[in-house]
Ligand binder design. Sequence first.
Ligand code: DC
Length: 217
Amino acid sequence: MKRVIAIDGPAGAGKSTVAKIVAERLGCTYIDTGAMYRGVAWKTLRQSQEATDEAILRAVHDIDVRLSCTESGTHVTVDGTDVTAEIRTPEVTHIVSRVAALGAVREKMVELQRTMAAEGAVVMDGRDIGTNVLQNADVKVFLTASVEERARRRYDEMRAKGYAVDLEELKQEIASRDKQDSEREISPLRQADDAVLLDTTTLSIEEVAARIMELCE
Ligand code: DC
């Protein structure tokens, strides 16, 4: 069985849901790198009125972001505060792509991600895992789905959490994040040359997980 799995793709493609299942089946640690960038965004908003580059850099320079994988999912702490729920708010989502575009933020997060991966078998999801963070991963998957389907999934997820979201607005926000994430200068969202492309638009979670398990065997 292969033991270092990189899963990349745009927002709402199902990466974290599937990565969690695959990690559990393989007995690997699941690392949600998007949660780390969200942690930096959360701290920026907590410290500053506006998310300027200076505010983001101030937030990241001494940040202590930690992920812990438990039965109930990934828990995230920033400087000792549990921010697991707070990093999923629309306010954080709105600025996170800008936060993740800054070189100083990426350098710090990538270093942490590589340190975590060095500790053992991992399934890591994000935007630049196959192209940058874990270039030697045993299996690389690029998950995608139509923007309509991704917006619909986010809509269901946010509604279930009690947020009054609008489907059309979500679609625009996802499209705008995709654009920012794939057009940024440093490590943009891109399918690695050796990654397997999986379009999940018409697939169930179980079908996607099963396909990735096949690739790992
Ligand atoms: O997967 P997510 O939606 O929680 O990620 C939040 C943002 O973080 C996403 O818009 C882009 C950024 N990100 C990144 O630039 N690189 C990663 N490896 C993971 C996420």
